[in-house]
Write a protein that binds this ligand. Structure first.
Ligand SMILES: NC(=O)c1ccc[n+]([C@@H]2O[C@H](COP(=O)([O-])OP(=O)(O)OC[C@H]3O[C@@H](n4cnc5c(N)ncnc54)[C@H](OP(=O)(O)O)[C@@H]3O)[C@@H](O)[C@H]2O)c1
Length: 251
């Protein structure tokens, strides 16, 4: 059955790959992100895959913009079946005493508050649609902490808690809630973390094979297509070369 899938942060990485896989499998997609040109390109691509597409460009940190965008949904687009809370980032990598407070605000505002603003606006629609599913893209950093990861790890631990809480609150509505917790994946993530330093970003993935965005998208699609009575609660996915948040075997 054709579904309406709403993906935040669809202009790159996991979000883009998730939008792609759902579009190739006969679903209609609402795509969000701040970079309008990228949304235009992606819309074309998803339409070529046969999907109907609606762009909702907004910054998840802006609670008024989030509400306005969701309130603007019309017709079938209100009947969202799947929400993928993916927009997020790490900014900076410092010991806590050297941390940049602006970076902390950006991560908390995006990864925690942004996810909450979007969820608050979309969940009443999911309840009306029925048979819905929420995916929260957490991280292995939401299960463990690593040196210099302090605030990013704290935001992803918050996502982990919100995911568990949502599953309880959505129980009576039969809405599935799945936490997706990836390890090291080569997307634009490190480029953003190192504020555009491509050399440093590339080095993160040297000496091992990281995950790719398509690996995560395949898993989200798998979880989304289980029978109605099956809910995958939580998935931690690492590259084979990664044992946990700290240990990566590099050669
Ligand atoms: N890559 C990894 O190793 C890894 C591992 C575990 C978890 N994660 C998590 O996976 C999610 C996706 O990351 P990724 O690896 O795919 O990174 P990415 O390639 O940098 O993509 C991040 C996406 O989030 C969007 N975004 C960021 N801030 C936003 C905002 N304020 N409002 C709206 N959209 C925003 C970006 O779009 P615009 O810039 O166009 O707004 C982009 O589409 C994040 O939550 C990240 O924490 C990543």
């Amino acid at each position: 059955m054709k579904k309406i899938v709403f993906v935040t942060g669809a202009t790159a990485g996991f979000g883009k790959a998730i939008a792609q896989i759902f579009s190739k499998n006969g679903n209609d997609i609402i795509i969000n992100g701040r970079r309008k040109e990228r949304l235009n390109e992606l819309e074309k691509e998803l339409r070529n895959n046969g999907a109907d597409v609606l762009q909702l460009p907004f910054d998840v940190r802006d609670k008024n913009a989030v509400k306005q965008a969701i309130d603007s949904l019309f017709g079938k687009w209100k009947n969202i079946n799947i929400l993928v809370n993916n927009a997020g980032l790490a900014q900076g990598l410092n010991l806590i005493q050297d941390g940049d407070i602006e970076d902390w605000d950006t991560m908390i505002d995006t990864n925690v508050k942004g996810l909450l603003y979007v969820s608050r606006a979309v969940m009443p629609l999911l309840i009306k649609t029925g048979n819905a599913h929420v995916f929260n893209i957490g991280s292995i950093a939401g299960k463990e902490v690593y040196q210099k990861g302090n605030v990013y790890c704290a935001t992803k631990h918050a996502v982990d808690a919100i995911t568990k809480a949502m599953r309880i609150d959505m129980l009576e509505h039969g809405i599935k809630v799945t936490g997706i917790c990836p390890g090291a994946a080569e997307t634009e993530f490190s480029l953003v973390r190192y504020k555009g330093d491509a050399e440093k970003a590339k080095n993160v993935y040297k000496g091992f094979t990281p995950l790719y965005a398509e690996d995560i998208a395949t898993i989200v699609y798998f979880a989304a297509t289980r029978p109605a009575h099956v809910c995958i609660n939580d998935i931690v996915i690492t590259p084979t070369a990664q044992a946990n948040a700290m240990y990566i075997h590099k050669v």
